[in-house]
Design a protein around this ligand. Sequence first.
Ligand code: MG
Length: 332
Amino acid sequence: MKNKKYIFLILIILLVQSSFLLSAQYNIVKRYGQLSVKGNYIMSEYGDTVQLRGMSLFWSQWMPRYYNDSTLKWLRDDWRCTVIRAAMGVENDGYLENPDREKEKIETVVNAAIELGMYVIIDYHSHEAHKNPEAAKKFFGEMAKKYGKYPNVFYEVFNEPLQDVSWKNKIKPYSEEVIKSIREYDPDNIVICGTRVWSQMVSEAAEAPINDPNVVYTLHFYAVSHGQYLRDEATKAMDKGIALFVTEFGDCEYTGDGTLGYQQTQEWFEFLDKYKISWCNWSVSDKIETASILKANRDLSGWYPDDLTPSGLFIRKELISKNTPLYKKGKK
Ligand code: MG
């Protein structure tokens, strides 16, 4: 009889503890709160060093179907994503031609992320954003006005500038202008800036960084094409004091297709973990190419292993093994 009582008590304790663990994982924003930047790191409101891991959606104008709550919820619950990147296509039948249509997709994803307690990146998915700063300023001003009070949101103001655009003369002044329109409404959420050569030349930004305490710089890589030389570039930038966020990477070739490089990606994972660099994998898509996590024509959620591509299986495994519940004894 006494034993029964103890077993019951232990069961209750286990139940309470596991629900705490789950809620810590399932509402990462509650756990970390308002993020900020300190030296090379993203910090939580409570002083933790934060490394977020999650998925990037595909260009919004070409793959709108995964811009919905049920996909996000599945990515949170089954994949343990703590961050989602909404990649709003700007040119090529994107936001510039259909502002309301594209903005609505982004808002659907941001609203879902807020509801689900996930971090979310509002990504201006463009290679030539500096040519039309007015459009970006208008868009990000609206986003900051609407979402600046939520700790969930990051603003990525320029996905991938091309090779021949100077950081100092073009990308930086553009980013500063857009940041100004964000800061009118939102004084503190983190802004992510792109760098030259498809967001690879982060050391150029580190030499002339933007004067705002909550800015990080994005580094993009495709593991089979970009290896040690790019990690050296990242280290060089961090040595100068800036923080990085890999808002997009592929486990394949730079085209998003070709070979899947398990070993090369593993080397990057080790590097990212060592420096606590947050990441989003490219991409939530059923386009027939190596980078996609889904085989063609799959449902919006509830995926079985057979629905996933080799890349989907590989990335999901990494997310599940690393994004474990963040419970520390004695800590709130
Ligand atoms: Mg804010």
